[in-house]
Design a protein around this ligand. Structure first.
Ligand code: MRU
Length: 352
């Protein structure tokens, strides 16, 4: 059964349902969201997470803003959507898919009003829901294409290492970094996936491990600090991770710890791949130094679950992401093809 990370149920007055990823792997339950505020909370607390999934969820967030409108003017409806999009944009700063999807929803709302000023609020709501569904469908297609473009890079009878979760739970489809693994496995390749647990919030241990086990792919969990010795022992043939934002020169922000893996990969001569859809590229910024990095709460580091593991009031450094320089990346796999040794020119040419 494919994992359905998020789904809209009903018509324009329906609601968004998200697999509540805070509960995994213990329980797989859907969290209903009926207001943009509930969705905001779900994004901030990582009930829904992963750059593409955040983008798709935010697109539906614009629909949530108007789902219960029954009257009023078109101008009021447009203002409601704009305000909800602006609020949702403040939920998390790094994954550019969030801003990309919200911009697209705002533009849709604006063009409905500009092109058809006499239309009803119901028509306006339907146009927004159609656009959110389109974003969701496109995301699924991009995941499939990334899988096809990357499956040959998965070593038969070898091992891949991945970090965080860039699988189905991070997208509307089969994932980005895990997509080539799913398709390679489906096509008969047999390989092992080393899963970094991904401190502090354990997206690898809780989510990637859960996904891979369901897919019947051999998965081995490691603590993040074991990756170097694994590579030194010659047990890793390739590293594949997702991305939260890719600058025009190919510098890539992803879950904290990715940079270290890329440096190790260079040291040990292991190919280091990023898998991401075009919606994760931010061509408005020149390089990775301009990517905003989310800083999260201290208690994510000073406690393990509910158990305090550091002295109370300990000072903590907790950036959620780091930036891997383009020079450490062997290739970026997109739905439009692989970009070998990425730079500005190659990125522009592949993305068109
Ligand atoms: O903090 P998270 O769990 O949202 O971080 C997610 C990641 O870093 C993923 O690797 C990235 O979003 C790519 S998901 C296809």
């Amino acid at each position: 059964m494919p994992i359905e990370t998020l789904r809209w149920t009903g018509e324009t007055d329906g609601r968004l349902e998200l697999i509540d990823q805070r509960l995994l792997p213990g329980r797989c339950e859907y969290l209903p969201c009926e207001t943009p505020q509930q969705l905001f909370e779900a994004i901030v607390t990582l009930a829904v997470r992963g750059a593409p999934a955040i983008g798709v969820a935010a697109a539906y967030g614009a629909c949530l803003a108007v789902r219960s409108l029954t009257g009023g003017t078109l101008t009021e409806a447009l203002e409601t959507v704009r305000a909800a999009c602006d609020d949702l944009a403040a939920s998390r700063p790094t994954a550019v898919n969030l801003f990309w999807a919200l911009e697209r929803m705002k533009k849709t709302a604006e063009s409905v009003v500009a092109d058809n000023p006499g239309c009803s609020v119901d028509v306006f709501k339907q146009a927004l829901l159609d656009e959110a569904h389109a974003i969701c469908t496109e995301d699924k297609a991009m995941c499939d294409a990334i899988g096809r473009n990357g499956m040959d890079l998965i070593p038969d009878s070898g091992a891949v290492l991945t970090h965080c979760n860039a699988g189905a739970l991070a997208t509307a489809g089969i994932g980005t970094a895990l997509a080539p693994m799913y398709l390679a496995h489906k096509n008969g390749k047999r390989f092992r996936v080393y899963v970094d647990e991904t401190r502090p919030l354990l997206q690898g241990a809780r989510l990637t491990a859960w996904e891979l086990i369901q897919a019947g792919i051999e998965a081995v969990l490691i603590c993040d600090n074991m990756a170097a010795s694994l590579m030194q022992a010659g047990k890793v043939n390739a590293i594949m991770t997702g991305a939260d934002r890719i600058a025009a020169n190919g510098d890539t922000a992803n879950k904290i710890g990715t940079l270290g893996l890329s440096i190790l990969a260079k040291h040990y001569g292991i190919p280091f791949y990023i898998a991401a859809p075009s919606s994760t590229f931010d061509l408005t910024i020149e390089n990775g130094s301009q990517i905003p990095i989310e800083q999260r709460n201290a208690d994510e580091v000073s406690a393990f679950g509910l158990r305090q593991t550091a002295p109370e009031n300990m000072n903590v450094y907790n950036p959620a992401f780091d930036v891997t320089p383009a020079e450490n990346i062997t290739a970026i796999i997109t739905e439009k093809g692989a970009i070998d040794r990425p730079d500005r020119k190659k990125i522009c040419s592949v993305l068109g």
